[in-house]
Design a protein around this ligand. Structure first.
Ligand code: ADP
Ligand code: MG
Length: 213
């Protein structure tokens, strides 16, 4: 199974639609232990990505790396707070590693998400257990990698689903964690009892990706 540039654009559009449907959910989560801007910021950024993709002539860009770089730049320019640099920078980094590819396969999907994770971790300094988006994305990457490399699973969709389940568990695990990084870390013990909003939006993105396959 391979994903064409056209399919990849549709994946990004589906992600944008999913974020839009979940603005209130993300706002509520961020309001619990943050400042409540996450849903609105993410929606603003992904809406712009969607409209740029829809405006562009279908044939103008078949390079999936470039599509990702352009989308990442939109987030870097449009989103304030922690998310512009973390998600936007991660997408740009992933785009650079995939530059020149007009279709991507199961190995490229691993490259995409692992380079995004590396970028997020090196920029933000978060590790597993700090109650951030890393708690969703790292288990996803590790499980997906295990599926396709150690377990030789050749079915992109089934490998992705197993990794998505690990991402969900990671996201849910943030509920009982004390935040070690970002705005919610100021609350110390009081940050316990709420799912981290970045972990939640990362899960929504991965789930929308999976549902588009
Ligand atoms: P802000 O905290 O600036 O209002 P958002 O509300 O958009 O930004 O995003 C908050 C989310 O960002 C957190 O839930 C967390 O998952 C993520 N986050 C914040 N700082 C970091 C970091 N240094 N590394 C990884 N993720 C982070
Ligand atoms: Mg916030």
């Amino acid at each position: 199974m391979e994903i064409s540039a056209e399919q990849f654009k549709n994946i990004l559009i589906n992600i944008a639609d999913t974020i839009e449907k979940n603005v209130n959910y993300l706002t509520e989560l961020d309001a619990e232990i943050g400042d409540g801007d996450h849903g609105v910021n993410m929606n603003k950024g992904f809406k712009k990505i969607k409209s740029q993709l829809l405006e562009a002539d279908a044939d103008t860009n078949k390079d999936i790396g470039e599509i990702l770089i352009n989308a990442g730049k939109v987030l870097l320019n449009e989103i304030g707070g922690a998310m512009g640099p973390l998600y936007g920078g991660g997408m740009v980094k992933a785009g650079i590693t995939l530059k020149g590819k007009e279709k991507i396969n199961k190995n490229d999907i691993l490259i995409l998400f692992s380079s995004m994770l590396d970028s997020i971790k090196s920029l933000g300094g978060a590790k597993i257990g700090d109650k951030t988006m890393v708690d969703t994305i790292e288990p996803f990457v590790n499980t997906y990698k295990e599926q396709i490399e150690q377990l030789k699973n050749n079915d992109l969709k089934s490998a992705f689903k197993t990794a998505l389940d690990a991402a969900k568990n990671g996201m849910l695990s943030t509920k009982d964690l004390v935040s070690k990084i970002g705005r919610s870390s100021r609350l110390l013990e009081r940050s316990k009892g709420h799912i981290d909003v970045g972990a939640a939006s990362s899960y929504l993105i991965l789930e929308a990706f999976y549902n588009s396959l």
